[in-house]
Design a protein around this ligand. Sequence first.
Ligand code: NAD
Length: 261
Amino acid sequence: MTSNNRLSGKTIVVTGSASGIGAGIAEGMAAEGANLVIADLNLDGAAAVAEKIVASGGRAIAVRVDVTEKTEVAAGIASAVEEFGRIDVYFNNAGMNSPMKYLDITPENFSLVMKVNALGTLIGTQEAANQFIKQGTPGKVVNTASIAGRQGFPSFAPYSAAKSAVISLTQSGARALAEHNITVNGFAPGVVETPLWDKLDADLEAIGEGDAGFDSMAGDIILGRAAQPSDIVPTAIFLASSDSDYITGQIIPIEGGMILV
Ligand code: NAD
């Protein structure tokens, strides 16, 4: 495992890290010496990522956590503390999308997408902050927003609303938690090639919006390609490391030049 040890000794929880961006940043931060807690609804997937990190010479555990359930989030943090002694950084990365045409969106669809992406971020930030305060240490919270939180997309209205909420929660959290030496930041990916898009493309096709999928959105990227999870890793390392200590309430776009805001 190549490592500059930029995160040596830090314990980092990443939600939604059984797959895609979360798995990529977890592996990248483990390679920098961090202890990783792979927290996901999918325990088998989380265990596979943790095993890969350990096989590469890193330290990681897997925990099953539903980010919408406060008690499960608290239990996940407790497992992290039991294994590694404390936590230093908490990534609210778990998220999902369930596209519907604007006029067809149901209250149930809106509530589910808001619950996982937005309420999950609030709960994760609260529980991580409670732990940082209990420890008496500084802490960092890092949220996965999206370009969809900066711009509304017609078939993703609840998702865009939820990711706008993530940006807003980042700002409110930064203001609320600064007095405890806790920073709250985030990053906004554009189009990242992950399993999320397999389901999204199939769902879009099913509602007759197949033209609004991965290929069409990736076609708008001025750097000429979609992102891989590895493109997110350097920013995740920066936001988890002391290099970002004087930054709070900010969202870093990682979108290859797409919406440019
Ligand atoms: P992914 O589907 O590959 O991974 C998401 C993970 O989150 C899965 O392992 C899933 O089991 C987990 N998860 C879902 N609901 C959960 C819950 N309630 N509790 C715990 N875990 C849960 O997706 P990804 O592309 O890696 O997305 C990761 C994050 O990045 C999400 O917040 C997503 O909205 C955001 N994002 C993705 C893209 C993209 O193009 N892929 C772009 C912008 C933002």
